[in-house]
Design a binder for this molecule. Structure first.
Ligand SMILES: C[S@@+](CC[C@H](N)C(=O)[O-])C[C@H]1O[C@@H](n2cnc3c(N)ncnc32)[C@H](O)[C@@H]1O
Length: 241
């Protein structure tokens, strides 16, 4: 795994963050050192997928990046059949994803789709996963995507959503950010790297509160949903149709 040093050196200007080839090359190291409980989230989600998958339906991984969820799922499913559609708009991510899924023994069970998740067709799904990707969509297109996800799920199907979040109270918001920055520094990022990455993400990653997500999940049609994991400014939900 290549180490993420992208924001280590001083930059004159912080260009907006992009999922380009340089980011894809260090993505696995970046996400593990930046997202608390990342491995726990993916491992537990893979178990939830294995128990909720309905034969003859699909699993969607929207914003699949380098395919880590697919790798965890292959481990959980063993040789059992399943159909996963893994979608991402960044070609360099999908190139790495293809290699990792082949190594994990996915065989023909995972299809990679290079597309915008706001445009890709969603149908006949028993599981739809949206991990740390809704936060990169324009605010105006998020309600529509959640509604399309609900429509695409078969009865008993589940949504698995994970996001970075904010708190409406300024002090609690600062506390969340301070804990997250401390987490990143404990994982080897310098204060400069944390500050520069934060600036680059400012206009690109727009987090919302747990309440805003809950309202959207409910408005999309999910009568039953729960936050199954929370760590300061990171939350993961499960919703059932
Ligand atoms: C933070 S990463 C997601 C991490 C991944 N789900 C995981 O758990 O490892 C966000 C991903 O979403 C992709 N992405 C962002 N906006 C997208 C869009 N509108 N359509 C498709 N993919 C998108 C990016 O290319 C990137 O790979």
């Amino acid at each position: 795994m290549k180490r993420d040093t992208l924001y280590d050196e001083p930059r004159r200007t912080a260009a907006p963050f992009e999922f380009n080839r340089s980011v894809a090359a260090v993505f696995d190291d970046m996400i593990q050192r930046s997202v608390p409980l990342y491995a726990e989230i993916l491992n537990r989600e893979a178990q939830l997928i294995a128990t909720h998958y309905q034969r003859g339906t699909r699993i969607y991984d929207l914003g699949c990046s380098t395919g880590n969820l697919g790798v965890y799922l292959c481990r959980n499913m063993g040789a059992q059949p399943f159909e996963m559609i893994a979608v991402d708009s960044a070609a360099p991510m999908l190139e790495i994803c293809a290699g990792k899924l082949a190594d994990a023994g996915a065989g023909g069970r995972v299809t990679l789709v290079h597309d915008d998740i706001g445009l890709v067709a969603l149908e006949n799904a028993s599981v739809i996963v949206l991990n740390f990707t809704l936060q990169f969509l324009p605010l105006t297109s998020r309600d529509r995507l959640l509604a399309r996800i609900f429509d695409a799920l078969v009865p008993g199907g589940i949504l698995l959503l994970a996001e970075k979040t904010i708190h409406a109270d300024d002090d609690f918001n600062r506390l969340r950010q301070d804990c997250h920055h401390r987490f990143k520094q404990e994982n080897g990022y310098s204060a400069l790297a944390v500050a520069q990455k934060r600036e680059a993400l400012e206009t690109v990653l727009i987090p919302e509160s747990e309440d805003a997500h809950g309202q959207r999940i409910s408005a999309a049609g999910f009568g039953c949903f729960d936050i199954w994991l929370k760590w300061f400014n990171f939350s993961a939900w499960i919703g059932r149709k």
